[in-house]
Design a protein around this ligand. Structure first.
Ligand code: GKR
Ligand code: MG
Length: 416
């Protein structure tokens, strides 16, 4: 089996104005759909970020994959590195962490290669990752403060404006009602820390048995974070990225018992070692989109086990191919003992056959394959590709977008 043709299709999906510490989501989010066809007639799927740096990387690598053996991931890595010298990072400068273009592009094609291998041997992808330790994958409800949608923006709004602690409790109630989540993560760093503490305490009161987390994405100084930790003692299962940078996280970690998690200060294997040396975090969020694919995410899990760290799973705005890959990684990561993050409920579109997937009691059954176990709905892809061309949005910049709502907005991290 050899790669014969690669197709990359950028798509735009209607988004809602979810707020974070650097701004707000633009009215569409971008993904790239990857189809890798072999000389044996199989097609392997992948889903990657669709913003310009990733898209350009995918498009440059695609023609160089001709003849690749999908079992040879070392060759895939070599071809990606050769096609993308000095390609830098994928994110806009206003983002709070970056990922190398080569890692993100490699990750996307790695998933497509694994999908092909699963299809060839007629086994689900989790079997290629060492086998499933769980088949029902628990996800948490991902709470966002949000603005109401601007007039004229594409797609439906969900919940309207949610900018107070009480409104957030209602958002959580609706998400739990619709999907049955057993845990909740709040994207913090948006309101003053006192209001976010109030939000968490109200969530605790309303949902006494749910696991709770907050992720202010580096919005707090060490003293502010320490104060929040004192106020939320016994309330959170972990605190995600309260402070900006490895050293600030280490400083806070030395002052508190509450476990700290991250998807901002540890995004490369080398940083795992630094984090352990500094005891900066106790939990690392895995994500196959930049931790060198599904096999890389499994390696991260093993490294965390050896280092005595916990593993959780990060999400970004995504559709069903990514969701399937997340499920396979979660199925095959023994020490992934926290509910995974997902942005999925914030969107209404889908590009896989069968349409939107349904959570049951907050869980998804890992697809039984072969490979990823999902098939592409080409009509749905074509519709969202048309939206991509119409919208003419080619990058994600939440800070820029925020100026549409607050014209004198200044991004400041940490802010409090
Ligand atoms: O969707 O606004 C967002 C999130 O802030 C996302 O971009 C982050 O990558 O969910 C992520 C996180 O856990 O930091
Ligand atoms: Mg985070």
């Amino acid at each position: 089996m050899k790669v014969a043709n690669v197709k990359i299709t950028p798509i735009a999906i209607p988004d809602v104005p979810l707020v974070n510490t650097k701004g707000v989501h633009p009215h569409v989010f971008l993904r790239a759909i990857i189809e890798v066809e072999t000389d044996t007639g199989l097609v392997g799927l992948g889903e990657a970020y669709g913003a310009k740096r990733t898209l350009t990387g995918l498009q440059k690598v695609a023609p160089t994959l001709d003849g690749l053996d999908p079992y040879n991931l070392r060759d895939l890595r070599a071809r990606v590195e050769q096609a993308l010298p000095g390609s830098g990072g994928v994110n806009a400068p206003t983002a709070l962490a970056d990922h190398k273009v080569i890692d993100v592009v490699y990750s996307a094609f790695e998933i497509a290669c694994l999908d092909l291998r699963g299809k060839e041997v007629d086994r689900p992808l989790y079997d290629l990752l060492g086998g499933a330790v769980r088949k029902d994958i628990p996800f948490g409800g991902y709470l966002f403060y949000k603005f109401a949608k601007l007039p004229g923006a594409v797609g439906p709004d969900i919940f309207g404006e949610v900018m107070t602690p009480d409104a957030m409790v209602e958002e959580a109630r609706e998400l739990i009602g619709a999907h049955g989540y057993k845990s909740l993560k709040l994207k913090g760093g948006v309101l003053h820390p006192d209001e976010e503490v109030e939000t968490m305490l109200k969530l605790r009161e309303a949902f006494p048995d749910h696991g709770l987390r907050i992720d202010p994405m580096g919005a707090w100084t060490v003293p502010t974070a320490k104060k929040v930790v004192d106020q939320l003692d016994g309330v959170l299962e972990y605190l995600e990225d309260p402070c900006r940078g490895m050293d600030a996280m280490a400083e806070l970690s030395a002052l508190i018992d509450m476990p700290l998690a991250t998807n901002l200060v540890v995004v490369e294997f080398e940083e795992v070692i630094e984090a352990v040396k500094k005891d900066a975090v106790q939990i690392i969020l895995s994500d196959h989109h930049y931790w060198r694919g599904a096999t890389g995410a499994i390696h991260l899990g093993e490294m965390c086990r050896a280092a005595g760290l916990g593993v959780s799973m990060h999400s970004n705005s995504h559709l069903g191919i990514s969701l399937a890959a997340m499920c396979h990684v979660a199925a095959a990561t023994p020490n992934l003992t926290y509910d995974c993050d997902t942005h999925y409920p914030w969107y209404t579109k889908e590009i896989i056959k069968g349409g939107r997937v349904t959570f049951k009691d907050g869980m998804l059954r890992v697809p039984e394959g072969p490979g990823l176990g999902v098939e592409l709905d080409h009509e749905a892809v074509a519709e969202l590709h048309t939206l991509y061309k119409e919208q003419m949005v080619v990058d994600r910049d939440d800070t820029d977008e925020m100026l549409k709502y607050i014209p004198d907005y200044v991004r400041k991290v940490p802010r409090w």
